[in-house]
Ligand binder design. Structure first.
Ligand code: ACO
Length: 330
């Protein structure tokens, strides 16, 4: 059944993160780095870090429960759960299915989307047309990561960057002038070697050798990714603006993926938008990959930065490489 009389919009959000905190001062004791280097090169002062017995779905479930309560939607009314994660609890079942069980969403399909830092935008893009065309009514999209378990704390070029957390959104039908006005996702697998974790899959199954070579940890050529990230996030933002028939002047708030404060500043400069309209929480959370945008969105809703009538631009870039952008009217 097709129904074009409404759009897909956000009905409620939530977020959660571990209580454990790793500060720049803590990292100074672990690797050859300094608070000064981390702050000036990334903007990060601290990141949340899961304890050994904490795992991704726990934060996803907390964030999802909060989003459902704030949306006032019964768990049984959710048709699909998409968990955007690169750090699932385990290979099988999907984290989406675990969340479905834990939240008691008995009528929902659960699945994972594996798109690194762009995962939340991938997830909402997938459910947008399902809701708009009437194929489903309510969706729960969660970006959730425990990246710190894939971080090599002997590699100073990556270990200072990543943090853990989850952000969730309940989406459903909203009046046509609101909700998702335009959205777009892209990828380019030719850049695989810029950011990867080789060990533990079917190509390099877990062996003593892969563990000794530390192949299960993330590796990144940050410097090269930096330039691609800025260009991709800015270009796709302009594409969705055009698709929505808007200009950058119509945007009240930009929420970029929180990878690096210098990337955020460079994207803002390329888009020609005042820094005050660009949200940043990287100082407190670091890079939480697919969780970074929904955590930031929920912080903005709770603090009143996003209000009824706000037009918000989301833009993300991550390993794959993947990228995407969405324009939402609240
Ligand atoms: N402390 C001190 N020195 C360091 C550290 C550190 N933690 N890390 C690197 N350095 C050194 C390097 O060894 C290098 O030293 P050298 O000049 O003697 O060789 C110097 O600092 C400069 O290194 P660069 O890599 O050029 O530093 P850069 O300014 O590019 O910052 C960073 C590195 C922060 C990683 C940046 O490149 C970045 O943010 N890149 C983009 C990351 C990104 O967007 N990733 C995709 C999303 S993440 C995802 O998908 C999960």
């Amino acid at each position: 059944m097709t129904n074009n009389s409404y759009n897909a919009g956000i009905l409620g959000m939530g977020h959660a993160y571990p209580s454990g905190i790793l500060t720049n001062a803590d990292l100074e004791k672990m690797v050859d780095t300094s608070d000064e280097w981390i702050t000036t090169r990334t903007g990060i002062k601290q990141r949340h870090k899961a304890a050994d017995d904490e795992y991704t779905s726990q934060f996803a479930v907390k964030a999802g429960k909060q989003a459902l309560e704030r949306a006032g939607i019964d768990p049984n009314d959710i048709d699909i759960i998409i968990c955007a994660t690169t750090t699932p609890d385990q290979i099988l079942p999907s984290t989406g299915c675990i969340i479905q069980r834990e939240l008691g969403c008995e009528n929902a399909a659960g699945m994972d989307v594996f798109a690194a830092c762009s995962g939340f935008i991938y997830g909402i893009t997938m459910v947008e047309s399902m809701i708009r065309t009437g194929q489903i009514r309510y969706a729960l999209v969660i970006g959730a990561e425990v990246l710190t378990k894939y971080v090599d704390y002997t590699d100073r070029s990556t270990c200072v960057l990543f943090g853990d957390g989850a952000g969730a959104a309940v989406l459903g039908p909203v009046p046509k002038e609101k909700g998702i006005l335009a959205t777009k996702i892209r990828s380019d697998g030719r850049y695989e070697e810029q950011l990867y974790a080789l060990g533990g899959g079917t190509r390099y199954g877990t062996t003593h050798e892969t563990i000794e070579k530390r192949m299960h940890y993330f590796r990144m050529k940050g410097n090269e990714l930096f330039k691609i990230a800025v260009r991709s996030m800015a270009d796709i933002s302009l594409e969705v603006l055009e698709k929505a028939g808007l200009t950058i002047e119509d945007i009240d708030l930009v929420i970029p993926h929180q990878a690096n404060q210098r990337i955020t500043d460079a994207v803002a400069q390329r888009l020609g938008i005042n820094q005050e309209k660009v949200y940043s929480n990287i100082a407190y959370h670091g890079n939480t990959s697919s969780a970074s945008i929904p955590i930031a969105m929920d912080e903005c809703i709770q603090s009143g930065k996003i209000r009824e009538g706000s037009t918000v631009l989301l833009t993300a870039f991550g390993g794959g490489v993947t990228w995407g952008a969405t324009i939402l009217k609240f």
